[in-house]
Write a protein that binds this ligand. Structure first.
Ligand code: XCC
Ligand code: SF4
Length: 633
């Protein structure tokens, strides 16, 4: 029976649950994807415009007949570019609003003891204060935290200048951005400008639309996301390697299973404190449970795995399946990548789906607003709700056996220290990238590639990530990963020490020598800002620009607008970026050529599209070898 599901996912843990869903007549993402076929060709190509109420307008490409312009006269290039730009702006807004919430939490840590938040890494706080020119003299940690938080919040709307983190990029890179007029200025402003310029009757030049979109994307990568990552490290600690378990087998039949799903560590960190509260653990026991089993899903799962070793239950396509186990007592969600379908699935079981953010309510879910000003108290109320639901389990529980082990938590500090031979401590700020540069120069490592992003029914679930990762490490390319790609890799065993068996000789030697897995877990999607910084440090150390490095990015199964923003800022930072799913722009030949070719001459990076992971790997390796040749290494 489970053989039938091989065409849906390559993760065996899913098969029994998909079968269970079928038997129990519960619809999943795969059923809805099938029901959606054939998908709209206009949308697929980016040729449908609903920017004003004279529309919708669509451009007909498949035949000579039919409109070639919208009612206002917008052509395929304008329409496709406007659609893409708006998606990039939405993606940038999601990451950046997340960053803003973390900055507010840091402010709460400083000013509001009721919040329960505390600065966990004062060294990183002080170092950021110095970088931003904030005087720390005679100030205690709380005062410094307040100043840093306020300064971070001003990055969103400051009227003049450019984003502070831009100065972290190599000089050559900043020069390119200046020349192209894409230096991000203020995060909200850059996003708003995209919305304005893509309004009907405004910008009609696809290349100019991409200027605004690129600036908004850069204000995500070198702005909102970087603020999110840096301030999260300050508040909750710099990630360090932890060995954890991953996949749907992490649920426990005899414990309260609480899934935390979404993105912002402000919630998950508070929930983690709450599940360890003796009173709540006692309550769980009174209900007949052995304890409380907290597990993570999607990016918030990445965040608590890498800081606390909490198990990672599953990625984007596994969220419904988690509930279908019948063992989830509560799924607590905040923002982003939470399928509205969850409330229907939860209804079929005893599971409580609890929404917590005013930005994301779901009909049919229980809404318990998470109040960051009283974070811990608020989290305890949510956990109490979960615990008290244990007794309502209905039987018919199926927890798959499958789970894997692996190491997560490779912040830049952890990677640099590991390569430097400094054991197990990231307390001191970033050292030098020399050992990494040496390994690349000598050719023991041919280069590095980031595999990031989501799940998408257009690619066999997890296969895009896994196969690409395996092919790259076989060819001595070090892989770093974030987001739902990280789940695919850990589930396949690629983050375990044994994964060296998949590696080429050079990479295997490095991994064994410094005791790292060949695929390094760098966190959630906002943490792609860590990758930007690592590339930037490496480029500066080697006296080149990011575009000259033997490095590449890939998003084999991407689907979200955030991924479009990421892809754009990564390309504009000089990185060759492979997509496994084509963006909805192919109706405009000019825009497609711009993104996959012309853009190379501007930023040094470009998009490439290849659904087949083997072929994608070949292209990435080819790119890396070309860069090595140009560097004479
Ligand atoms: Fe979402 Fe971040 Fe994509 Fe996964 S990788 S599906 S965006 S959870 Ni960010
Ligand atoms: Fe049609 Fe132009 Fe309005 Fe878009 S903006 S819906 S192309 S008239």
């Amino acid at each position: 029976m489970s053989e039938d599901f091989k065409c849906l996912s390559c993760d065996k843990a899913n098969y029994k649950l998909i079968e269970k869903a079928k038997n129990e007549k519960i619809e999943t993402v795969w059923d809805r994807a099938e029901a959606m076929q054939p998908q709209c060709g206009f949308g697929e190509m980016g040729l449908c415009c609903t920017n004003c109420s004279m529309g919708p307008c669509r451009i007909v490409k498949v035949s000579e007949d039919g409109p070639k312009k919208g009612i206002c006269g917008a052509d395929e290039d304008t329409i496709a570019a406007r659609n893409l730009a708006r998606s990039i702006a939405a993606g940038s807004s999601a990451h950046s609003d997340h960053g803003r919430d973390i900055a507010h939490a840091l402010y709460n840590a400083a000013k509001n003891p009721e919040s329960g938040y505390k600065v966990k890494n004062p060294e990183k706080l002080i170092s950021l204060a110095k970088e931003w020119g904030i005087s720390t003299e005679n100030l205690d940690i709380k005062d410094i935290a307040a100043k840093v938080a306020e300064t971070a919040l001003q990055e969103f709307g400051k009227p003049f200048g450019h984003l502070r983190f831009v100065d972290r990029a190599p000089e050559d890179r900043i020069d390119i951005w200046k020349k192209m007029n894409v230096v991000p200025r203020a995060i909200d402003r850059d996003i708003v400008e995209v919305l304005h310029s893509t309004h009907i009757g405004c910008d009609a030049d696809y290349r100019n639309i991409m200027v605004a979109a690129t600036r908004a994307a850069l204000s995500d990568g070198w702005g909102g996301s970087m603020i999110g990552t840096e301030l999260s490290d300050i508040l909750f600690g710099v990630p360090e390697p932890h060995e954890i378990e991953a996949n749907l087998g992490v649920f426990k039949e005899d414990e309260v299973n609480l899934v935390i799903h979404g993105h912002e560590p402000t919630l998950s960190e508070a929930i983690l404190v709450a599940v360890n509260d003796p009173e709540l653990v006692e309550l769980a026991k009174k209900q007949g449970a052995e304890g409380i089993n907290l597990v993570g899903m999607c990016c918030t799962g990445n965040e608590i795995a890498m800081r606390h070793g909490i198990p990672m239950a599953g990625n984007f396509f596994q969220q419904e399946l988690a509930i279908i186990t019948g063992a989830v007592d509560a799924m607590v969600v905040d923002v982003q990548c939470i399928m509205p379908a969850l409330s229907q699935v939860a209804k079929c079981y005893h599971t409580k789906l609890i929404t917590t953010s005013p930005k994301a309510k779901i009909p049919g879910a229980i809404h318990m607003q998470f109040n960051e000003e009283e974070a811990i108290e608020s989290a305890k109320k949510i956990v109490r709700e979960a615990v008290s639901n244990f007794k309502n389990r209905r039987g018919n529980i199926l927890i798959p056996q499958e789970k894997s082990k692996g190491f997560v938590g490779y912040s830049n500090e952890a990677i640099i220290n590991a390569l430097d031979g400094v054991a197990n401590s990231v307390a001191h700020p970033m050292g030098t990238v020399k050992p990494l540069a040496d390994a690349i120069k000598s050719g023991v490592l041919r280069g590095a590639a980031a595999i990031v992003g989501c799940n998408n029914h257009k690619v066999l679930h997890d296969k895009g990530h896994e196969e690409l990762a395996k092919e790259l490490i076989k060819n001595d390319v070090l892989v770093v990963t974030t987001g739902c790609g990280a789940y695919a890799c850990i589930k396949e065993g690629l983050m375990s020490k044994e994964a060296t068996k998949f590696c080429g000789k050079g990479l295997a030697t490095v991994c064994e020598l410094v005791k790292i897995p060949p695929v390094l877990h760098m966190g959630s999607c906002v943490d792609i800002s860590r990758i930007l910084l690592l590339l930037s440090e490496l480029a500066k150390f080697m006296n080149v620009d990011i575009k000259d490095l033997p490095a590449a990015g890939a998003a084999p199964e991407w689907m979200s607008e955030k991924a479009l923003s990421i892809g754009t800022y990564v390309v504009a930072s000089g990185v060759y970026t492979m997509l496994g799913v084509a963006p909805q722009v192919t109706g405009s030949e000019n825009l497609t050529r711009f993104l996959t070719d012309d853009i190379k001459d501007i930023y040094g990076g470009c998009f490439d599209i290849e659904a087949n992971p083997q072929k994608a790997a070949e292209k990435i390796i080819d790119h890396i070898e070309k860069k090595r040749k140009s560097l004479n290494i």
